[in-house]
Design a binder for this molecule. Sequence first.
Ligand code: LMR
Length: 396
Amino acid sequence: RFSVVATAPPDSILGLNEAFAADTNPEKMNLSVGVYKDVSGQTPVLRCVKAAEQRLVDGEKTKGYLPIDGQADYRTHVRKLVFGDTIDASRIAVLQTPGGTGALRESAAFLSSQIPGARVWISNPTWANHQAIFASENVPYDSYRYLAADKKSFDVDGMIDDLTTKTRPGDAVLLHACCHNPTGVDPTAEQWNMIAALLSEKQLLPIIDFAYQGFGHGLDEDAVAIRAITNVCDEAIVCSSFSKNFGLYSERVGAVSVVSADSATSAAVQSQLKALVRSNYSNPPRHGAAIVATILDDADLTQMWHAELTEMRTRIRQLRSQFVETMKTTGAGHDFSFLLDQNGMFSFSGLNPMQVDELRQKYSIYIVGSGRINVAGMSEDRMDHLCKVVAAVIEG
Ligand code: LMR
């Protein structure tokens, strides 16, 4: 029977990790998957995480199941981190999920089961997994314009026009709260207000992917989209990930937060979300969420986390500058200064698929086929080499 099974293509992001691992070139550099690397090239365990884990190991009394919707104190902390005190807690159903992907998949399942007929509108371009997640739950999707023709800036008019003319009331719109993946191009606070007003006017449901809180400008600053939208829309879904900002990639810790118009509706929503989880993975894993809750329960550990997050964010900005400056030294016209206005781990380099291929085949530099570069994977020490080979492929 299984002989009919065809081979699936490798994942456009994680597949590159596999190819990178198999590459024997000592000069190889992985700028594909979105993980942060420190000065020594490692993806570190944050100091606040190590300290929290020590406490957990010492104090853990059981490996019993968590509730279907996850650990209660974790859920409270997520709500505060994402929404602050702006919305009555009884209007928000928060569920702990396995990573941000788990949160998005739960949102897609919720749409599919509770709002049949809704389509979801996705930015062009977007994270390579978004379409597949909604397709897996049979939610139809389409795209709205996002990146301008210069491939460097936000096409606000295109986005507004598409959402105005193409959507139907009840459709959902998938938004990146900050650090847009793959472009690093974010709307300004004013533009978020415009987008929020349109969502409200057209009765569109915002689904906000919030995978990079703290990687743009700061934990609160990066929530500007959440504030703008929840100010005017009484329903919204926020999908959080703590892979990046706590460095908890392999622990798979995230959350889906569904905002409803009133507490009675919210209770019904929570019950449906739990039913979906039960038939999917039953209940979430404990460890990652317990780490986050332990840190956020403790003032010293929280302060340590803030400092470590600031360190990562600041260093990524420095790497952006160093890349831009070093590229300038490689020849006239190699101006990448547009990278300085972009946020988070990623930027669209403007390199075309042939150049991306050449970087990989000739120099073992791995970036995503779209030309997306993970700036957080660059290193100070190897910047000269990186810029030299990028210049070489640009010049052909
Ligand atoms: C990325 O976009 O590289 C990250 O979000 C990791 C992933 O799962 O693709």
